[in-house]
Each structure stands twice: as structure tokens, then as C-alpha cells.
Write a protein that binds this ligand. Structure first.
Ligand code: MN
Length: 258
């Protein structure tokens, strides 16, 4: 059964992640031949980047702890994980508890083109492809590492090929924000419930615990700031409407256009 592992790991009463419907149709690609790809930056027990390629109605998925590198000399470990539903490709938000609890940011998305036969390449453990995203472009490879000792064959390397889109820039640092909302982790959390992990954080202590601590504080401040500036502007608006009631209609029009 497709997506069996994905479903086993999650309680859809408790997570906002998509359950995956069997007849979900992807709408994002312009042409039927365009295959979707995305990278989700996921702050959970550890920060990592989930690299996903659409194939046969699901998203093949690899967890890349350090994220993709544009430097052909820097091979990045990519752990092959369970297939995800197509709808997952647009997901960004907060997973309050359970598997993957934390914050998911849609870090890059676009289309991908295989340079070889996909199924044969997956079997062989050598997939070459081209990406056309906002941040990641050009030719890449996913190569399964040899040796049964580590990760039971789930261990791959994500490698950039040398081309116009390779280089020394640290893309994770240079372009850290969401391609969906434009926000950072704290903005995504501020849109949700900054106080959600008061007692039970996805990571405590260490670098990740510290990241969570800072993000939770920033998110709470943003939410409080947004709430107070909203109430100020509501008050101001109410006052203006009293004094210049005649122009209220024009103002409504203006607000709508914005
Ligand atoms: Mn993940």
C-alpha cells in the first residue's frame, strides 16, 4: 500500500500534515511532464532539510542533515526516508507533537527532470537529475553509499555537479527563508501558537534546544506586536470613521485594493 509508512508514523487528529488522498491531483506544475520537487527546512529534534522528488504519484524523500550544497566538492549525507503524499509538497506549518514535531518551512520548490531512467537509477543507487527551483538549479546526483554497516542502505549522498549553478555560496545561509510565505521559523510559529511548547519542546538543550528557545521568544514577541498594532490601527480607524464618515466608502475601496 502506498504511503503506508507515512501514515503509520502520524496521527492525523494531531498533526496538520496532509493525510494524502489516493486521487490527489497535483496542480502546481504547468505541464503534465513537469515533475514537482521541493525542499522543506524542518526544525525538529534536529534541524534538517527534507529533499523531495515527485515520482509515480508520491514524493520520494531524503532527509539531508546539513542541507544541499552548491559546491561540487561537498557531498551531503541524505537519508532515504518514507515516501510522502504529493500534497505534502506545499506544506508549511507547525507540527505540535508526535513524529517530526517542530516547524516545517517550504525552503525551495520547483520542477525536476531526470537525466536517466528513474526506476533503474533508484535500484542502482545512482540518480542524476536537473532541478529548476528558486534556490537550487542545474545538474545534481543522489548516490547510494556502499556498505551495509550504516543506515541499512538508506544512506545516500546529495551532490551538485559542476555547472553554471554550482559555486562556493552557502545557499542555506544566503537564502534561509520560506519560498511560500517569505518568513523565517519564528514567522511560521507566530502565525500559529507560539506558546504551544511551553512544557514539552521538540528539542531541549544543545544547539537545537537553543534555536527553539530563541524562535519561541521571537514568535511570541511578533504575535504580541502584531496584536497590539492591529488593535491600535483598529482604534485609529474607528476614530477616523467617526470624523470623516463621508469618505469611509473610498477608504474601504482603497483597503480592499491593497
Ligand atoms: Mn523532516
Amino acid at each position: 500500500m502506498p504511503l503506508e509508512k507515512y501514515k503509520q508514523k502520524r496521527n492525523f487528529q494531531k498533526t496538520p500534515e496532509p493525510a494524502g488522498s489516493p486521487d490527489a491531483v497535483r496542480k502546481s506544475a504547468a505541464k503534465a511532464s513537469d515533475r514537482f520537487f521541493c525542499v522543506q527546512k524542518h526544525l525538529a529534534s534536529h534541524l534538517h532539510y527534507d529533499f523531495r522528488l515527485e515520482h509515480n504519484g508520491v514524493l520520494l524523500s531524503w532527509a539531508v542533515p546539513k542541507g544541499p550544497s552548491l559546491d561540487p566538492g561537498t557531498k551531503r549525507l541524505a537519508m532515504h526516508v518514507e515516501d510522502h503524499p504529493i500534497e505534502y509538497g506545499e506544506f508549511e506549518g507547525v507540527i505540535p507533537e508526535g513524529y517530526g514535531a517542530g516547524i516545517v518551512m517550504l525552503w525551495d520548490r520547483g520542477t525536476w527532470t531526470p537525466e536517466v531512467d528513474i526506476d533503474a537509477a533508484l535500484k542502482k543507487g545512482d540518480l542524476k537529475f536537473t532541478l529548476n527551483g528558486y534556490k537550487l538549479k542545474g545538474s545534481w546526483a543522489l548516490i547510494r553509499t556502499k556498505g551495509p554497516s550504516y543506515g541499512e542502505g538508506r544512506s545516500w549522498l546529495l551532490i551538485k555537479h559542476r555547472d553554471d549553478w554550482s559555486g562556493a555560496v552557502d545557499i542555506a545561509e544566503f537564502a534561509p527563508l520560506s519560498v511560500k510565505s517569505g518568513g523565517d521559523f519564528e514567522d511560521i510559529l507566530a502565525e500559529d501558537t507560539p506558546a504551544i511548547w511551553k512544557s514539552d519542546r521538540p528539542a531541549k538543550g544543545g544547539a537545537t534546544g537553543k534555536m527553539f528557545e530563541e524562535i519561541i521568544q521571537k514568535a511570541a514577541a511578533k504575535k504580541a506586536g502584531a496584536a497590539s498594532s492591529k488593535s491600535h490601527s483598529d482604534k485609529r480607524k474607528a476614530k477616523n470613521e467617526k470624523s470623516t464618515g463621508a469618505k469611509a466608502k473610498d477608504r474601504t475601496k482603497h483597503t480592499k485594493r491593497r
